[in-house]
Ligand binder design. Structure first.
Ligand code: NAD
Length: 390
């Protein structure tokens, strides 16, 4: 078997392989970071995986600070607090260590610490990113501990704007980590719900990127192989969290999803973002709930494409065969089939449904959906996910 160990420089330098976390001090030196701030989340901060990583820094005599006030679906107060710690500690770079929440928040600290405008001025709209003073963005070394968001290879970060209950994407090319250490051993401790949700996030990224209109053969190629890796390895990683080969392939698929989605995303994300912002649900699991409803809605535009994908993945039956494979995967991973099964006690009146549809159609991902996501379509999709109508 091929050794699952390599180095990639696309889209950034990725040191991939089990045990490579021990290269962290060297990666910091290669990036020119002398006094890093280590950003993680409070759950991880209590786990041995953080203690053993900090020990590596101690042994290498790297002076560092730790910041872990990061909630899942991070908010502006997390960023403000992180920047204070960053400045007080005289840090010159950031180690982002964790799932998408810690990675995004840490990337934002590196980006925003020395900017003079509010973070919301850098939302991923047109060329707003050019408002930033790029020379003041400090370098980032990223260490993912989940296999889903792919934030480690992304140039954007998601943060919730609490006043408007919206998830905003902040973009700058220099938010791309300089070095990624992708060590699948770090993901072994993920509980099954997080393994499932993050893995389905990687699938949603690859699938929506592949279905988004526009010419991007590189993204398409990466997406189809990412989908194959998820279909073959996510059930294994879920069934046996210590299966390092499956964990490694999932870690690749996560990075591939985020690499591919520079082509675009679609209605799975457009609906998942408002649900996540309003109900604080896990992002990847929310995507997993919406996936089949959006596939059905997009069918007229994607049937041929999905048939090609099914053939590549060795799935018989074209579009229908592929959807059946997705439904089986959802079942195996115990993904709730409807929103009320997912969000306990959920009740939505017409005004709330209208609000979600309004938020979905202005979400930046809506433009990537292969069928136009009108307000009526967003409402219908939401109704289907509420009732389980496929
Ligand atoms: P997360 O970072 O919120 O982590 C979920 C939980 O898993 C946390 O409690 C964490 O402590 C725990 N955890 C993480 N790694 C673990 C490990 N190895 N062992 C045990 N527990 C572990 O979850 P996530 O799905 O990775 O990230 C979701 C966030 O990422 C959301 O805020 C979402 O909006 C964002 N996101 C960003 C992008 C991007 O491109 N930047 C893409 C998709 C999602």
């Amino acid at each position: 078997m091929t050794t699952l160990f390599s180095r990639w420089n696309y889209p950034t330098t990725v040191r991939f392989g089990a045990g490579r976390i021990k290269e962290l001090p060297e990666a910091l030196a290669a990036t020119g970071i002398a006094r890093p701030l280590f950003v993680t989340d409070p759950g991880l901060a209590r786990l041995p995986v953080v203690a053993s990583t900090l020990k590596l820094l101690d042994e290498a005599k790297v002076p560092y600070g730790v910041f872990s006030e990061v909630k899942p679906n991070p908010v502006e107060s997390n960023l403000t607090a992180g920047i204070e710690v960053f400045k007080a500690g005289g840090h010159d770079g950031v180690i982002v260590f964790g799932g998408g929440s810690a990675l995004d928040l840490g990337k934002l600290i590196a980006f925003q610490a020395h900017q003079s405008r509010p973070v919301w001025d850098f939302e991923d709209i047109g060329d707003w990113w050019t408002r930033a003073d790029a020379s003041k963005i400090v370098p980032i070394v990223a260490v993912p501990t989940t296999a889903g968001t792919g934030s480690e290879v992304g140039r954007a970060a998601v943060i919730t704007h609490e006043a408007s209950h919206t998830k905003k994407v902040i973009f700058h090319p220099k938010m791309l980590p300089a070095i990624v250490i992708a060590d699948p051993e770090l993901t072994v401790g993920m509980p099954p719900f997080i393994t499932a949700g993050t893995g389905m996030d990687a699938l949603a990224h690859c699938l929506e990127a592949y279905c988004a209109p526009g010419y991007h053969p590189m993204a398409d190629g990466i997406a189809v192989e990412g989908i194959r890796l998820v279909l073959e390895n996510l059930p294994k990683a879920y069934a046996d969290g210590t299966d390092l080969t499956a964990r490694a392939h999932m870690m690749s698929a996560a990075a591939m999803g985020a690499t591919a989605f520079q082509k675009g995303l679609g209605a799975i994300h457009s609906l998942s973002h408002p649900i996540g912002a309003l109900y604080d649900t896990h992002h990847g699991m929310t995507n997993a709930v919406f996936m089949p409803y959006v596939l059905a809605f997009n069918r007229p535009a994607i049937e041929e494409r999905i048939a090609r994908l099914a053939a590549y993945c060795g799935i018989a039956g074209g579009y229908d065969g592929f959807v059946a494979a997705v439904m089986k995967l959802r079942g195996d991973l115990k993904v709730p089939n409807t929103l009320p099964e997912f969000i306990k006690g959920l009740e939505m009146d017409e005004a709330r449904k209208g609000l979600i549809a309004d938020m979905a159609i202005v979400d930046p991902t809506a433009g990537g959906n292969p069928v136009e996501l009108t307000r009526a379509a967003a409402l219908a999709l939401l109704e289907n996910a509420l009732a389980g109508s496929l």
